[in-house]
Design a protein around this ligand. Structure first.
Ligand code: HEC
Length: 151
């Protein structure tokens, strides 16, 4: 009887151990975790537009710098494909034009940068969409093509 108890205890403990090791869901890397982070881009870019419309250069510079910092956070780099890094560089370049325009109190230059920024948003998103969304890249982060792409 003792043996049976011991055996079932061992079974239970090892099963529990295995559950602890492998049972936990993998860390969220999908859109659920990213959503609030990505949404912040929209907040900052709306604020830049507001700054442009009101010639509030402080608001423009603050939000453009905040966007730049956002693009350097680890959550930004959901993808590490060359194309994504290129898109991210273009994005930061547009932001630098906005920030320097705001510092020079040159609303035209900042507005031009903003137009470019908007194009950057659209370009990167359409790149993602054409390739099945960010999730499609997760299994094969080093590749320039999504993991589920047909040859
Ligand atoms: C370098 C690429 C890149 C650029 C540039 C970019 N985004 Fe995104 N964006 C992403 C990725 C990656 C996601 C997540 C998509 C997914 O989960 O499939 C995303 C998602 C979003 C979402 C959706 C969040 C949700 O509710 O699911 C919004 C809103 C957004 N971006 C706004 C912007 C805005 C505004 C800009 C420009 C100011 C911008 N993005 C520029 C890569 C980019």
């Amino acid at each position: 009887m003792k043996k049976v108890l011991f055996a079932s205890l061992v079974t239970f403990i090892s099963a529990w151990g295995a559950w602890q090791l492998y049972g936990d869901p993998p860390p969220q890397v999908g859109p659920d975790r990213l959503k609030p982070f990505m949404q912040r881009k929209l907040d900052h870019s709306k604020a830049i537009l507001e700054g442009l419309a009101l010639e509030d250069f402080k608001k423009i510079a603050e939000n453009s710098q905040a966007l730049s910092l956002l693009s350097l956070e680890s959550s930004w780099n959901v993808l590490t494909t060359e194309e994504y890094l290129r898109q991210s560089m273009d994005f930061r370049r547009a932001l630098r034009v906005i920030t320097s325009g705001a510092r020079e109190k040159n609303v035209d230059r900042a507005a031009l940068g903003y137009v470019n920024l908007t194009v950057r948003c659209v370009e990167c998103h359409s790149y993602l969409r054409n390739n099945g969304g960010a999730a499609a890249f997760e299994k094969d982060a080093q590749s320039d093509t999504p993991a589920n792409a047909k040859p």
